[in-house]
Design a binder for this molecule. Structure first.
Ligand SMILES: [Zn+2]
Length: 265
């Protein structure tokens, strides 16, 4: 048993790192990253392809036209600014798809594959600054490799199940369940900590690209107000701290100079 604990300790030691340089608020949380980036990207790409095939078969996949071009232009203004957090991200195969559906939602896969539902843009009548806030938030999840972190947490739980299971002679199906759980980690919502982080890094990205970060405050109001028929999906798949708006407002004095500098030249 002692060797097994040593193994766990080594995994934790080797796996704790951080994916980005610190943000304007000066924070840079250490992350558990034992899942390999290539495994995570492969699973994410598979999921993205499957989603797109499904949407395409229903004639709901939008990859051209004025609405797509508008959102894509915002993303392409944000991409060069990712270098502020990590140099490699500028060359990632970033990709956007729109799905024609009333869902007020957006999500991102590892490696920078962003999906935006037309309901988000149309129902909330987003302006370009607000689109930039959403894109910045989603891109920040990818930059921080939150999916990889989620899977790493699952993998660590699996190692514990396997080690414990092997010791107790668990059946193979228990082990298979553990493997399945890792696949499902892809679909689990991000933690509140990750959401706060995506807000902070995303807001800085938005400002650096010359979009008005103040738009974030109105955007979350719009989201909450839209919840007549229940919580907008974006808010339910993005568990946010209650004080999200307070946190964002507190960041304004730091991000506004970046926005002003970006628009001076
Ligand atoms: Zn989020």
């Amino acid at each position: 048993m002692r060797i097994q604990f040593l193994f766990l300790a080594m995994l934790l030691f080797a796996g704790c790192a951080t994916t980005t340089t610190s943000n304007i608020a000066g924070t840079n949380r250490s992350q558990l990253l034992i899942a390999s980036a290539s495994d995570v990207n492969r699973l994410s790409l598979g999921y993205f392809a499957q989603q797109n095939n499904d949407a395409r078969s229903k004639h709901r996949l939008i990859t051209s036209g004025p609405e797509f071009n508008r959102v894509n232009a915002v993303m392409h203004r944000l991409i060069p600014q990712t270098a502020a957090f990590r140099k490699d991200a500028v060359d990632w195969p970033w990709e956007l798809v729109l799905i024609d559906a009333p869902d007020v939602n957006a999500h991102v896969m590892a490696g920078g594959k962003v999906t935006v539902y037309t309901g988000l843009i149309r129902q909330l009548k987003l302006n370009d600054d607000e689109i930039a806030v959403v894109m910045g938030h989603e891109m920040a999840h990818a930059l921080r490799e939150h999916t990889r972190e989620k899977m790493s947490e699952q993998q660590l739980a699996n190692v514990a199940v396997s080690l414990g299971g092997a010791a107790m002679g668990a059946s193979q199906s228990t082990m298979q369940l553990a493997g399945l759980a890792q696949q499902l980690a892809l679909e689990l919502p991000f933690s509140r900590t990750m959401e706060s982080e995506a807000d902070v890094y995303g807001l800085e990205l938005t400002a650096r690209a010359g979009y008005n970060p103040q738009a974030a405050l109105g955007l979350w109001d719009k989201m909450s107000a839209q919840g007549g028929a229940g919580t907008p999906q974006f808010l339910s798949t993005h568990p946010a701290p209650q004080n999200r708006k307070t946190e964002l407002a507190a960041l304004m004095p730091r991000v506004m100079p970046l926005y002003q500098a970006a628009n001076r030249h």
